[in-house]
Design a protein around this ligand. Structure first.
Ligand code: PBG
Length: 325
């Protein structure tokens, strides 16, 4: 056999494979999500997210220092609000002395260089577990956007570097940008969850924050997973409205969408390797059915290869350990 081209040449040893690898993960690729609870010295494992924890602010601060120490440059904060503080309008979300605001300050004091991103949506504060205000069984858009803009200003006031609206209301990026400008927060970034799909894979996250919707689902605001072009429209509009980074979420079932959004916009694209994706790898590896470490690197690399400049992932710490050894 005489062949003109032998593609296996470039696969023949680990050295040559490393030399020509197109996609290489580094600690700069990751955003580490963190779940914060009230109290002191609290570190509770989330039942559906094995080896992932809800931590009180003091423990979170230690964790953030450790993350910074291994080269992770950004965190994404979520808080678990107490039931008695929840209402329809998410009033607690605006409390300048709320758990989120206190935690942002504590982390900034302890680790000023860490990029703090904060989740902006009403679900952890909503008595209905929805991302917006409920009226007559519907999630109302414009009134919700007003609260989200105030919430963003409140996070910026506490010291957040980026606000990350995850609610999928229309017009919220423009409203948030305007509110930040009006309040002189000209250095606060917006990472927009632009193409966020209504996904069954958010289940473990809702356990973590006890934030499952009390009625119905989120399909009137989160996107239908059948759609692709709509994701581009959402991302392009968010950039026009002032988003600094746009996100596609979830990641694994949406790699095509990540690529298309990446090709359509001129800002960095992030993706969210969400709780259900984490839980699947954890569960299958616990059963001995897949190799956890290999699965982590393969899936994260696929997200970067598909076009993600940044990946929010519960595997951030593991990935850095695996890359470095
Ligand atoms: C809430 C929010 C959700 C996630 C991030 N922000 C859940 C939801 O929309 O129901 C999911 C993250 C994950 O599953 O890891 N606005």
């Amino acid at each position: 056999m005489y062949l003109q081209r032998r593609n296996r040449i470039l696969r023949s040893s680990s050295a040559i494979r490393s030399l020509i690898a197109e996609t290489i993960l580094t600690s700069n690729d990751f955003i580490a999500p963190l779940f914060i609870v009230e109290g002191e010295n609290q570190r509770e494992e989330i039942s559906s997210m094995s080896n992932y924890f809800r931590m009180s602010t003091d423990v979170t601060v230690k964790e953030v220092k450790e993350l910074w120490g291994i080269g992770i440059k950004s965190i994404l904060l979520f808080v678990k609000s107490k039931d008695e503080l929840k209402d329809n309008k998410g009033t607690e979300a605006l409390n300048p002395d709320g758990l989120m605001q206190r935690s942002i300050k504590a982390i900034k004091d302890a680790c000023p260089e860490m990029i703090i991103m904060t989740d902006v949506a009403l679900d952890p504060f909503s008595s209905y577990g929805h991302d917006g205000i409920v009226e007559n069984g519907e999630i109302v858009n414009d009134a919700t956007v007003e609260v989200l803009a105030k919430m963003s200003v409140s996070h910026a006031q506490a010291g957040a570097d980026f606000v990350a609206p995850s609610d999928m209301m229309d017009g919220r990026i423009g409203a948030i940008r305007k509110a930040l400008e009006e309040n002189n927060f000209t250095k606060t970034g917006i990472m927009a969850y632009s193409a966020k799909y209504a996904s069954c894979f958010y289940g473990p996250f809702r356990d973590a924050l006890d934030s499952a919707p009390g009625f119905g689902d989120k399909k009137t605001y989160q996107m239908d997973y059948s759609n692709r072009i709509e994701a581009i429209r959402e991302a392009v509009m968010d950039v026009e409205e002032g988003a600094d980074i746009v996100m596609v979420k979830p990641a694994l079932s949406y790699l095509d969408v990540i690529r298309e959004v990446k090709d359509a916009v001129d800002v960095p694209v992030s993706c969210y390797n969400i709780s259900g994706e984490y839980a699947m790898i954890k569960a299958a590896s616990k059963m001995g059915w897949i190799d956890e470490e290999k699965a982590i690197l393969e899936t994260l690399t696929s997200m970067k290869r598909s076009g993600a400049d940044l990946i929010a992932t519960y595997f951030a710490k593991d990935a850095v350990r695996l890359i470095n050894h």
